[in-house]
Design a protein around this ligand. Structure first.
Ligand SMILES: C[S@@+](CC[C@H](N)C(=O)[O-])C[C@H]1O[C@@H](n2cnc3c(N)ncnc32)[C@H](O)[C@@H]1O
Length: 304
């Protein structure tokens, strides 16, 4: 018997997929775990864990849940439990997949797990915050897996999209995601320290840069410690990257362009650091906060 199966011996007693989900749910609930990397509760996480370990779609027919599971399948569930409960890995790093704006992305531990509230703004094409947005060139700055830029390409079907990141391994994954969605003809990936290797102008710059401040970095739950520090930490007040982006974006936007950035709970520090900036701060219906919108005209005016 494998080590994981010894630790989670109750898995052996389970007969059906439905039994396994119930067992995983009570095991997850009995431990102090952090949720927020794709699911926000133990039940959803148990369903995802079991179904993906059995390579079943998450909207599997209810009748199939009564099928019996094999010994190999029980072992795989026990191995997933070991990683989730003992190692505190977020589930998408175990399954290799995460969903963003309803799209399934390949994920590994070289990139942040997609969860940006920008998904909601994209799905609504920025309505009502930006009037009739029809960008032809979009930049996803600090792209990680490429989730934001690829989602933008799926919403704005006529746009060319550049994904860029400083990390070569993140970009390798972003390129696989471009291929996964068959978008090679209009989405490209460029390695760059912010704007260093990029050529404007862009009609829309979307960015979810690192923005966790030093105090929050010290207090992160164990699950976040599996994510790359480069994707999270951004100096004492969390704004090292955001400051550079605000200083440089104006030079890379078209005249009618827009900058949309996420800084999460560093938004108060941003508003304090840039008093009087005409930030638009959208509300979110599906959860999340900490996003600002600025027009090119406002950015250029602030620079002058
Ligand atoms: C918060 S993650 C966001 C990833 C992705 N956009 C998402 O929403 O899931 C920030 C990303 O910024 C990248 N990054 C950090 N510093 C950078 C820099 N100076 N220039 C470009 N990318 C950078 C990291 O490698 C990481 O992939």
């Amino acid at each position: 018997m494998g080590e994981s199966l010894k630790k989670f011996a109750g898995v052996q007693e389970m007969g059906s997929i439905r039994d396994l989900i119930r067992f995983v749910w009570s095991t997850l609930s009995a431990h102090e775990l952090f949720y927020g990397h794709g699911t926000d509760n133990a039940w959803d996480e148990a369903c995802h864990l079991v179904l993906s370990s059995l390579k079943l779609p998450w909207d599997v027919d209810n009748a199939l849940l009564d099928c019996r599971v094999t010994q190999a399948e029980k072992e795989r569930v026990a191995e997933f439990l070991q990683q989730r409960v003992v190692e505190r890995k977020p589930l998408p790093y175990i399954t290799g997949e995460a969903w963003f704006m309803g799209l399934p992305f390949e994920i590994n531990a070289k990139v942040l797990i997609p969860r940006s509230p920008l998904a909601e703004l994209l799905q609504k094409q920025f309505d009502p915050w930006i009037d009739q947005l029809q960008p032809l060139r979009i930049l996803d700055l600090c792209c990680g897996s490429g989730c934001i830029g690829i989602a933008a390409a799926s919403v704005f079907e006529d746009a060319e999209v550049v994904l860029s990141d400083i990390d070569a391994e993140a970009l390798a994954l972003a390129r696989r995601n471009i291929e996964r969605f068959g978008l090679q003809d209009r989405v490209q990936a460029v390695e760059s320290d912010l704007f260093d290797q990029l050529a404007g102008p862009f009609d829309l710059i979307l960015t979810n840069p690192p923005y966790v401040d030093a105090e929050d970095m010290d207090a992160l739950p164990a699950e976040y410690r599996h994510e790359p520090v480069l994707a999270l930490a951004s100096g004492e007040d969390g704004l090292d990257c955001a400051r550079r982006i605000l200083a440089q974006s104006g030079g890379y936007l078209s005249e009618d362009g827009w900058l949309v950035g996420e800084v999460g709970n560093s938004i108060d520090a941003l508003l304090d650091a840039f008093p009087g900036h005409p930030f638009i701060l959208p509300d979110f219906e599906w959860g999340g906060s900490g996003v600002f919108i600025l027009s090119a005209a406002d950015l250029k005016q602030e620079e002058s």
